[in-house]
Design a protein around this ligand. Structure first.
Ligand SMILES: [Zn+2]
Length: 316
């Protein structure tokens, strides 16, 4: 059975036909427009292109936002126009196919569980490091979503009292110290304290301070820039601290680190594991979760949404 998975993000809509082994066999994409109707037009157009070329039975949408417990409604999405919108029904009516919705981090965790780094894990946690932190918890392969569909909101756990302000209204949130955005912010802070310490980064920042990204900091760290390396070490520290908190609550068997920042996992993951091991309650006297980088990269959400479409279609 083939289904279509769609990753609906703030900048683009990426769709793929996924077969029963998790392989993407064809893709289509479009730009995310402003406006609900226009966004649904783009989704129907990219999926329609694929449906013309393949025999597909259902569609899964991975959405960067809160999805209702019915998995048919988008409650709120900070970078998308939907507010309490019955997206699954509207898209299903236009496509003539069953449609299931899932939060993008949950969909990515499902993708990693069916075909990647979370395979076989009874209690699996995904922590996706990108602009912020996306978190997902799977229990025996099923998404744990809490009573109202919004758990687990790991990125806004307060790790640093009176720390960096966060867009959520709090301060000191985990993602302000451990994300691509945080990596750039930490590098800028370190650079401001001692501009002569980092010739590579200083040149980059002098050209355009607003353009420094986590990816650029990681690249500079690879080339030996000492400030960039300190910023990466700081991220590793906070990753370990936050994972220890999450592990104290969930006691996972496997923790997968995904998102764009995980492309540089070799720079920080060993260090993060060491911090994690020290920060965990009862350290040295309990089994440790295995902490691994994600395997499906950017495609995890799309592949997971397609898997959920297959599974919900089969059980319907
Ligand atoms: Zn926050």
């Amino acid at each position: 059975m083939r289904t279509v998975g769609v990753d609906v993000g703030g900048t683009s809509v990426r769709a793929g036909v996924v077969d029963s082994t998790g392989q993407i066999i064809d893709t289509a994409r479009g730009q995310t427009p402003p406006g609900e109707r226009a966004l649904e037009d783009v989704i129907c157009a990219v999926v329609g292109t694929l449906v013309e070329r393949h025999d597909v039975s259902a569609v899964g949408l991975a959405v960067a936002g809160f999805v209702g417990a019915d998995r048919a409604t988008v409650l709120f999405a900070p970078h998308l126009p939907w507010r309490a919108a019955p997206v699954a029904d509207r898209v299903a009516a236009r496509l003539g196919l069953p449609v299931v919705l899932e939060h993008d981090a949950n969909a990515a965790a499902v993708g990693e569980h069916r075909y990647g780094a979370l395979r076989g894990a009874r209690v699996g946690l995904l922590v996706a490091l990108g602009t912020g932190i996306g978190g997902a918890l799977l229990l025996d392969g099923a998404v744990f979503r809490g009573a109202h569909g919004v758990a687990p909101e790991l990125g806004h756990l307060r790790l640093v009292p009176d720390g960096r302000p966060c867009g959520c209204g709090k301060s000191g949130c985990w993602e302000r110290y451990c994300s691509g955005t945080a990596l750039a912010a930490t590098a800028l802070d370190l650079l401001a304290a001692d501009p002569s310490a980092a010739p590579l980064l200083a040149r980059e920042v002098a050209a355009d301070p607003g353009a420094l990204t986590g990816r650029k900091v990681a690249a500079a760290a690879r080339e030996g820039d000492p400030v960039a390396q300190r910023a990466v070490a700081d991220l590793a520290h906070w990753l370990g601290e936050g994972l220890a908190l999450a592990a104290d609550v969930y006691d996972p068997e496997v923790i997968v680190i995904g998102g764009g920042v995980s492309e540089s996992a070799e720079l920080f993951l060993d260090d993060a594991r060491a911090h994690y091991t020290r920060a965990l309650t009862g350290a040295g006297h309990r089994p440790l979760a295995r902490i691994r980088p994600a395997q499906l990269g950017d495609d995890a959400g799309l592949v997971g949404a397609a898997a959920l479409a297959t599974e919900s279609h089969r059980s319907a």
